[in-house]
Write a protein that binds this ligand. Structure first.
Ligand SMILES: Nc1ncnc2c1ncn2[C@@H]1O[C@H](COP(=O)(O)OP(=O)(O)OP(=O)(O)O)[C@@H](O)[C@H]1O
Length: 220
């Protein structure tokens, strides 16, 4: 079953002589439960692609369809709810809320949609990420790596169909990094979640079902 379809996606900035083709005609089909790694040099268009797939940015041309829903057809409000319920983002700026503690940050996306919190599932995530003893800590009492793990727990909390991750283990030591990858892989397999991950690490890319390489805004 196809969960994501990107059709002829383009993202251009500027005009005429200053035209930057950040993404230049990308077609991509991803099946439910697939783990896709995205590789490419700096500036090749990886983040642009992830932002368009996640509906965080609007393409200049082309369309993104997730679970049969074309993102550009949704109103802003619907898109916000759609994103929250279908997509888990693990980006480098964690966007955690400093006035909430770890537990409150993690359950926030579930609460915003008045969803039921699966406590057992949540505890297992927090334990695997070694955050269970930090649940009542405020975000600024955590190290960068711990904050990254909170962002990962939050992305998994809603059991989203698609997880979009931008170098999710970039700031973690190698032990935590492999734990996080194991958790993502486990979650990917157990819940048939689709995982799309930008990585510069060939060892991580090797774990993926498929590696996509982007150069100059195109899949090569
Ligand atoms: N808002 C913007 N305005 C103009 N150009 C932009 C904008 N955002 C991105 N670009 C350009 O689009 C191209 C692709 O950028 P993108 O961030 O997608 O690359 P990337 O592969 O994710 O790079 P990195 O690995 O360094 O994060 C780059 O040339 C970048 O300078």
């Amino acid at each position: 079953m196809v969960v994501l379809e990107a059709m002829h996606l383009k993202k251009h900035y500027g005009t005429a002589s200053n035209l930057i083709k950040a993404l230049d005609g990308v077609n991509l089909t991803v099946k439910r439960g697939e783990f896709v790694a995205i590789e490419g040099t700096s500036g090749s268009g990886k983040s642009t692609l992830l932002n368009l797939i996640g509906g965080l940015d609007v393409p200049t041309e082309g369309a993104v369809v997730i679970n049969g829903c074309e993102l550009s057809k949704l109103s802003d409000d619907h898109l916000t709810v759609f994103r929250r319920t279908n997509i888990g983002f693990i980006f480098q700026d964690y966007n955690l809320i400093p006035t909430l503690n770890v537990y409150e940050n993690v359950i926030l996306p579930v609460e915003l949609d008045h969803g039921k919190i699966d406590e057992d599932y949540l505890i297992s995530i927090l334990e695997m990420l070694d955050l269970h003893v930090k649940q009542t800590k405020l975000i600024n009492q955590l190290s960068g790596g711990q904050q990254q793990r909170v962002a990962i727990a939050r992305a998994l909390a809603t059991k989203p169909a698609i997880i979009l991750a931008d170098e999710p283990t970039g700031n973690l030591d190698s032990k935590t990094s492999s734990t996080v990858l194991e958790l993502l892989r486990l979650s990917n397999q157990r819940y048939k979640q689709t995982l799309i991950m930008i990585t510069h690490n060939p060892d991580i890319a090797k774990l993926a079902d498929r590696i996509i390489r982007i150069e100059d805004g195109k899949i090569v």
